[in-house]
Design a protein around this ligand. Sequence first.
Ligand SMILES: C[S@@+](CC[C@H](N)C(=O)[O-])C[C@H]1O[C@@H](n2cnc3c(N)ncnc32)[C@H](O)[C@@H]1O
Length: 173
Amino acid sequence: MAGFDDVATDVSGGPVRHVPVLLSEVLEALDPNESKLIFDGTFGAGGYSRAIMEKGAKVVATDQDPEVISNSDEIKAEFADQLSLHHAKFSQILDIVEEGSLDGFVLDIGVSSMQIDQAERGFSFMQDGPLDMRMSQDGVSAADVVNTLKSNELARIFGFYGEEKSWPHRACD
Ligand SMILES: C[S@@+](CC[C@H](N)C(=O)[O-])C[C@H]1O[C@@H](n2cnc3c(N)ncnc32)[C@H](O)[C@@H]1O
């Protein structure tokens, strides 16, 4: 993955904000062309969507991070006839597209380089920042969670979502 100002470049040598790592596999699986409508549930810097649209397909995309949407004017203008980008969670897909209308979808689930590189978002292990970690930038922050939940509830969250092998057998209070 790459940040805003590090060494990653695209095929034409320009800087890129996020390097999509499974691009050839995604294109092979989706086989996009002019007749297809593809859903990209995790738009990010638009690397997958761009490659899909370059093959002629239309893309309906979501991202829950409002910064992703506000940073996407350029790609929206470039692919004005092909891209429909929504600030939404991918679970809201049926509010956006009609059931049965898609030819394929891709989910690149995880944190983007842009999110990690901004210390104030709280995702970085390398830089100090507030314990925020909200992709959607609303609702409760990670700081709210660790400072307000009881220890047994925190143990359940870390044990279950962290796939801790000894949980729930290890005693906690
Ligand atoms: C790894 S990045 C995607 C990078 C993208 N494939 C590209 O080529 O630039 C993951 C993105 O998914 C978004 N995301 C994570 N969970 C989401 C959800 N439930 N609904 C919508 N977007 C989500 C994040 O905000 C982030 O922008």
